[in-house]
Design a protein around this ligand. Structure first.
Ligand SMILES: [Zn+2]
Length: 304
């Protein structure tokens, strides 16, 4: 049995546990806050590894940011992590092998191996949170591309309505289909549509209407909230439709906070009505909050 120390690097906290090559936890998940400067962060990584090194065969990190093709460094911007994060050569942190993978890719691998897409060699996991992330399994392999950065699905372009994304490009899918996108749609509809005049939010400033307000408005039968949510849902469907036509997956797994607000059957029907490939199933994620750690551990076992 191979034992992997799996570490999830989040902007506010680090989570870690020992996981075996079946994706089972052999220890409790421990957490510590993510240091704000790079020297402390590297020292914390080393401390966690030293504390566990005698009990493990290797270490696997799941992290924000695109990871190089060798799985040793992060080479895209990671605004929530300290300056200098991209200079860390993860392979130097331990005497034993160290593997690092993008957290969305790792979560997709976990859904494939122990979650909602077991045995389905063509599947995609889409994470709908403050942004939109994704991991693509093609023919039983994780799609990484020539540089390791493949699968950046949040940045595909849809609509052409001209919305500026947090990355400063126009019309990224994530600027529409994320939680942040729902809030932006709420603002646009509140400014541009008379429907706001009959809404329970008619006295709020457009930019103050939150994602939570819209979800709450739906439950209360508010027509403005329904209109906003339907636009958001159509934007979600447009992106899912595009990736389904390209990848012809068996399943698209939806993870992340926004997943709980959608009806997966309704979304699947809408997608399947317009695709030219075989019908796709849409399911909610099952690998849980630690999917990134599980996926990174299993990918590391495969590599070493
Ligand atoms: Zn963008």
């Amino acid at each position: 049995m191979t034992k992997v120390l799996a570490i999830d690097v989040g902007g506010t906290k680090l989570s870690y546990a020992i996981i075996n090559d079946n994706g089972e936890f052999l220890s409790e998940v421990k957490k510590t806050s993510t240091p704000k400067n790079i020297e402390e962060l590297v020292q914390t990584f080393k401390n966690i590894i030293v504390e566990n090194e005698n009990d493990i065969d290797m270490t696997a990190f799941a992290t924000a940011g695109a990871v190089n093709i060798e799985n040793t460094k992060v080479d895209s911007s990671t605004p929530n992590l300290p300056k200098g994060y991209n200079d860390i050569d993860f392979s130097t942190l331990s005497k034993k092998p160290v593997f690092v993978e993008n957290d969305a890719n790792a979560a997709a691998w976990a859904e494939y191996k122990v979650g909602s897409a077991i045995g389905e060699d063509n599947n995609i996991t889409i994470t709908l949170g403050t942004g939109v992330g994704g991991g693509f399994i093609v023919g039983g392999r994780l799609l990484r591309g020539k540089s390791g950065r493949g699968g950046e699905v949040g940045s595909i372009k849809i609509n052409g309505r001209g919305r500026i994304c947090t990355c400063n490009r126009k019309d990224c899918w994530e600027s529409y289909a994320s939680g942040t996108g729902l809030k932006k749609t709420a603002e646009e509809v509140a400014i541009g549509d008379e429907i706001i005049k009959t809404s329970i939010y008619k006295d709020k400033k457009a930019q103050e209407i939150t994602t939570y307000d819209i979800i709450d408005g739906l439950k209360k039968g508010d027509e403005y909230s329904k209109k906003v949510f339907n636009i958001w849902k159509q934007d979600l469907i447009t992106g899912l439709l595009n990736i389904t036509n390209i990848f012809d997956p068996e399943t698209i797994v939806i993870s992340g906070g926004m997943g709980e607000f959608i009806d997966t059957d309704e979304i699947a029907n809408a997608v399947n009505n317009e695709i030219v490939v075989a019908p796709v199933k849409i399911k909610l994620a099952k690998a849980g909050n630690y999917a990134g750690m599980i996926g990174a551990a299993l990918l590391a076992c495969q590599k070493y």
